[in-house]
Design a protein around this ligand. Structure first.
Ligand SMILES: Nc1ncnc2c1ncn2[C@@H]1O[C@H](COP(=O)(O)OP(=O)(O)OP(=O)(O)O)[C@@H](O)[C@H]1O
Ligand SMILES: O=C(O)C1=C[C@@H](O)[C@@H](O)[C@H](O)C1
Ligand SMILES: [Mg+2]
Length: 169
């Protein structure tokens, strides 16, 4: 069986929804950000500060490669994963179902306010808008896109389950 890969901007709910979806499907769960931190023994901000973003992106690519070889796994990705061509090629291998979680800027600001664990998160509406706009074309390459603004994590999981069932037919 295929993996379900969740992509989307910071704060769209990939980690929370992914964990729940994995439970519902009885799949394994991998969160790329958490795995990178665990392996490095450093938090993401520490890693950016010590070794730079480039280093983080290399670790991220390694983990994407590795996890895509699994089956029956829900993979919650970091917000920057689909921005890189190499990652897209690895993810779009025909064995993964790619689901994008989308949220508008006020929702994202609300869900991420006070978080100090995301170095690229600027608490600035315009910067956030610019980054989101730049990334949108890549997020939009997903197989299925859900607007999450008005939905609870459980409702999002249910929508994904409906989509998966429909795909099977
Ligand atoms: N559908 C939702 N409704 C309300 N709150 C939500 C929803 N989804 C996520 N949240 C909350 O928003 C915050 C961010 O969610 P989460 O960490 O899952 O996002 P993420 O996409 O994994 O972000 P990142 O890319 O930074 O890891 C959390 O506090 C979470 O509880
Ligand atoms: O959007 C991004 O580029 C990032 C999102 C987070 O999930 C982390 O992967 C990291 O902070 C970078
Ligand atoms: Mg996350």
């Amino acid at each position: 069986m295929m993996n379900i890969v969740l992509i989307g901007f910071m704060g769209t709910g990939k980690s929370s929804v992914g964990r729940l979806l994995a439970e519902k499907l009885s799949y394994a769960f991998v969160d790329t950000d958490a795995l990178i931190e665990e392996r490095a023994g450093l938090s993401i901000p520490q890693m950016f500060a010590k070794f730079g973003e480039k280093y983080f992106r290399q670790r991220e690519k390694d983990i994407i490669k590795e996890t895509c070889n699994r089956t029956h796994t829900v993979i919650s990705t970091g917000g920057g994963v689909p921005i890189f061509e190499a990652n897209r090629q690895i993810l779009q291998n025909g064995r993964n179902i790619i689901v994008c979680l989308r949220a508008n800027i006020p929702t994202i600001l609300n869900r991420t306010k006070g978080r100090g664990d995301r170095p690229l998160l600027k608490n600035d509406l315009h910067k956030m808008q610019a980054l989101l706009k730049q990334r949108m074309p890549f997020y939009n390459q997903a197989d299925f896109i859900i607007d999450t603004d008005e939905l609870s994590p459980l409702q999002i999981v249910n929508e994904i389950m409906v989509y998966l069932r429909r795909r099977k037919k």
